[in-house]
Ligand binder design. Structure first.
Ligand code: FUL
Length: 460
């Protein structure tokens, strides 16, 4: 009996145990915070599906149909940049198994297509365009493969997938994010330890995105929907099967309603500017990463209407958030490093404090309808509850009240004119660290205009 108690005690003491972890003590890696600073990315779907009016290919498409005659990866990159994207994730292989690079391990790839007479390498072209224009580059390699015969044999497929990870991780320079998509993989057992050992050997700084099915392997978590929103209360630390870990959320949503690949005669699906701005507020504005799905057409170009919409979106974000009133002439405050418009500096409340107030004062009333707050996360996510308040009629009135701040929080409220405004942090796990407290006016430079109806492009 005694030895049984001893064994149980030893087992409990030696087992990796979530109870030894402290939620507010979990910190991100510097690679994760640098990634969170990117805020917006794009995810490019292109392949045989583009030529077949399909979302999910069955792996039987003839490579002969892949022949984009005007493909220009720089056009994709420039359009993404105009939208404010800082990174691009390329779908190198979707569920149909067709590889957009000339893999040595299969013939089901660009090398069997007429495109560039079978000598093309789309992953190379896109990665080079990204580097040329200063975008970070990431790769999506679908585990589910509907073409590869080895898929039916777990071990043979592990060898195949690992070999492809190795090719992609060694040929195309630095990978910022590696996307693991769980769709279609139900019931299949993969050797992810092996895949990620290979990835980390050659790309130690790559962060792995993993959705529900692959949760234990992700450094970044799926936000849980493809509609483009995060919950307002958004914590970066989540329980990963009994083990707490920093896993920021990424919200992927296509630029065209429900379509990741291009489809002919589909102009109505292009999301209007208002929709995209709402998505921005509910993702980036709630501390999550926004990844917009872009789909080049059968020419190999992003449709002109998509390019225009992306620019419209980027311009609107720059117009609304590019002017921080807290930096306006004569503004002063109690926490200079949080009010300097520079997210590389941060203000810290005194050590040991669990609440704090940052006040901005203006020489005369200014009008604003939103606040942008950023927490310095390197020491953990700390703020639990806060209010944005304005001084009027002799007292502080609440404009907005909420829970988490995280990487970035955008709070919108009725347009207000005030001389004194404050961020009142009511509860924090430890001394709050604030990178930025900004005030902006959505009406500055004109309100968002309605998107004009795009001109339809017919299939040739
Ligand atoms: C999903 C896939 O099934 C879609 O085709 C698309 O690739 C999207 C980003 O992820 O799970």
């Amino acid at each position: 009996m005694r030895s049984r108690t001893l064994i149980l005690w030893l087992a409990a003491a030696l087992a990796p145990c979530a109870c030894a972890q402290n939620f507010s003590g979990i910190r991100p890696s510097p690679i994760q915070t640098a990634w969170q600073d990117l805020e917006i990315g794009v995810l490019i779907h292109f392949g045989p599906n583009t030529f077949m009016d399909r979302e999910w290919g069955d792996g039987k498409a003839d490579p002969g149909i892949f022949n984009p005659r005007q493909l220009d990866a720089e056009q994709w990159v420039k359009a993404a940049q105009a939208a404010g994207a800082k990174y691009l994730v390329m779908v190198a292989k979707h569920h149909d198994g067709f590889c957009l690079w000339p893999s040595r391990h299969t013939d089901y790839s660009v090398k069997s297509s007429p495109w560039r007479e079978g000598k093309g390498d789309l992953v190379k072209e896109v990665s080079e365009a990204c580097r040329k224009h200063g975008l970070k580059f990431g790769i999506y390699l679908s585990p589910w493969d509907r073409h590869e015969p080895a898929y039916r044999d777990n071990q043979a497929y592990d060898k195949y997938y690992t070999a492809q990870v190795s090719e992609l991780a060694t040929r195309y320079g630095e990978i910022v994010e590696f996307w693991l998509d769980g769709a279609g993989s139900e019931g299949h057992v993969y050797d992810f330890e092996r895949y990620l050992e290979t990835l980390r050997t050659y790309q130690p700084n790559a962060l792995v995105f993993a959705d529900v099915g692959f949760l234990p392997w992700g450094d970044i978590r799926w936000v849980g929907n493809e509609a483009g929103f995060a919950f307002e209360e958004n914590w970066n630390v989540i329980d990963r099967h009994g083990y707490l870990r920093w896993r920021p959320a990424e919200a992927d949503t296509p630029l065209r309603e429900r379509h990741w690949f291009w489809h002919p005669n589909d102009e109505k699906s292009l999301k209007p500017l208002e929709h995209l701005l709402e998505t921005y507020h509910k993702t980036v504005g709630r501390g999550a990463q926004l990844v917009l799905g872009l789909a080049p057409d059968d020419r190999g170009l992003l449709p002109e209407s998509d390019v225009a919409r992306l620019k419209e979106f980027g311009d609107a974000v720059r117009r609304i958030y590019g002017h921080n009133l807290a930096r306006a002439a004569g503004a002063g405050g109690t926490a200079a490093a949080a009010l300097d418009g520079d997210p590389d500096t941060f203000w810290s409340a005194p050590a040991g404090s669990h609440r704090a107030v940052i006040e901005v004062a203006f020489p005369k009333p200014v009008s604003f309808d939103r606040a942008v707050t950023m927490e310095w996360l390197n020491a953990g996510q700390r703020v639990h509850r806060y209010r944005i308040e304005a001084f009027s009629d002799g007292g502080w009135k609440t404009l907005y009240s909420s829970t988490t701040i995280g990487h970035k929080k955008i709070d919108r409220f009725p347009r207000t004119a005030a001389r004194r405004v404050r961020l009142n942090i009511l509860m924090a796990a430890a001394a709050p660290h604030i990178r930025e407290f900004q005030l902006c006016d959505g009406e500055a430079g004109g309100t968002a205009q309605r998107s004009p109806r795009p001109a339809a492009r017919q299939r040739p």
